[in-house]
Design a protein around this ligand. Structure first.
Ligand SMILES: Cc1cc2nc3c(=O)[nH]c(=O)nc-3n(C[C@H](O)[C@H](O)[C@H](O)COP(=O)(O)OP(=O)(O)OC[C@H]3O[C@@H](n4cnc5c(N)ncnc54)[C@H](O)[C@@H]3O)c2cc1C
Length: 298
């Protein structure tokens, strides 16, 4: 039972306010304990209300997208989690497409390629929601989320809604530069191309990804950031860690920078494996690997 109440201050909110909700089903890795409050506002104004109420009540608030880059403690997290999965509207206006935070990249890509709008196929295969993709500036070797992005509508930490142009932000490698802002929706300006040509590029990217990453298994994507001038996966493999296992969590035999949950693994097992891999890489190469995955509840 949480020590604080959010149901009363959020009684005017349209949407769901649930208590003590297990986070594992929302995580790509299927690992993690409960959060005190799980908030699913129906509208953007309701989402802003959640931010103001949590700020006024001193309740820590996190935003969850597709859960594909979060590792959540087995003991869960204190405070509230905002989930915008229902914010899944897409609107097309000529070359521009606007998508809500809860739209999956897969459905955004499907919709744009069907109408002959090109550019986003560079993000093929990233299992993100729009909000998480913008927050992380998700990308591949071919391109990043911010490449064709023109604006993002956010909730400021004060609870105000704000429209930011791309030039207001300084996106970096795997960081959209939003700080504590929450993405509500984003707009991209794409270019016209033959849907078959877009589909061709999409299929080639997917084929490459399927051959080099454990896409059908539960993971958090790349566990470590690539150190300057090198690849974490190469260092991990060369340190003899491929297929190293701790309980249900295993270093993937397909790509060594992915740890997969092959049988009811836990967050504790994941972290022990992370430390062991880091120790082995440091002792062999003198490189200290930094996690790319976001840790919740530590
Ligand atoms: C199999 C697999 C392959 C992957 N391949 C790639 C890849 O090729 N390239 C790549 O870049 N990443 C990759 N990833 C990692 C992951 O998909 C990206 O980091 C993605 O951007 C996370 O999006 P998400 O919606 O799942 O966000 P989550 O994992 O839910 O959240 C990630 C972070 O974004 C924040 N966030 C989420 N939604 C919002 C919002 N609305 N507003 C503000 N902040 C928000 C969260 O608070 C958290 O800090 C892969 C992951 C997996 C499991």
């Amino acid at each position: 039972m949480p020590a604080f109440d959010l149901r009363t201050p959020l009684r005017a909110m349209r949407g769901a306010v649930r208590e003590n909700v297990a986070l594992a089903p929302y995580m790509h890795l299927r690992v993690g304990g409960p959060v005190d409050w799980f908030l699913e506002p129906l509208t953007e104004e309701d989402a802003a209300l959640c931010v103001r109420v949590c700020r006024d009540s001193n309740v820590p608030l996190r935003v969850l997208g597709g859960g594909s880059n979060v590792l959540c403690s087995d003991h869960g997290v204190r405070g509230a989690v905002l989930h915008l999965g229902g914010h899944n509207r897409m609107v097309r206006d000529g070359l521009r497409i606007t998508a809500g935070s809860g739209v999956t990249l897969a459905s955004l890509l499907r919709s744009t390629k069907e109408v002959g709008l090109a550019g986003l196929e560079k993000l093929t295969g990233i299992p993100a929601h729009v909000g998480g993709a913008v927050a992380m500036n998700a990308g591949t070797r071919e391109g990043e989320t911010f490449e064709y992005l023109t604006s993002v509508t956010v909730i400021e930490p004060t609870g105000e809604l704000q429209v930011l142009a791309k030039t207001d932000l300084q996106p970096r490698y795997r960081d959209g530069g939003l700080g504590d802002r929450i993405v509500l929706h984003a707009t991209w300006e794409l270019y016209e191309d033959d849907p078959n040509a877009i589909f061709q590029r999409f299929s080639e990217s997917l084929k490459r990804r399927n051959a080099t990453q454990p896409v059908s298994q539960r993971s958090v994507g790349c566990v470590f950031k690539n150190p300057p001038g090198d690849a974490a996966g190469r260092l991990i493999e060369a340190s003899g860690c491929k297929t190293l296992r701790n309980g249900g969590i295993e270093v993937s035999g397909v790509h060594a920078n992915y740890f997969v949950n092959s049988s009811n693994g836990t967050c504790a097992q994941f972290l022990e494996l992370l430390e062991e891999v880091r120790r082995r890489v440091q002792s062999k190469f003198g490189v200290y690997l930094e996690p790319e995955v976001k840790l919740w509840g530590f």
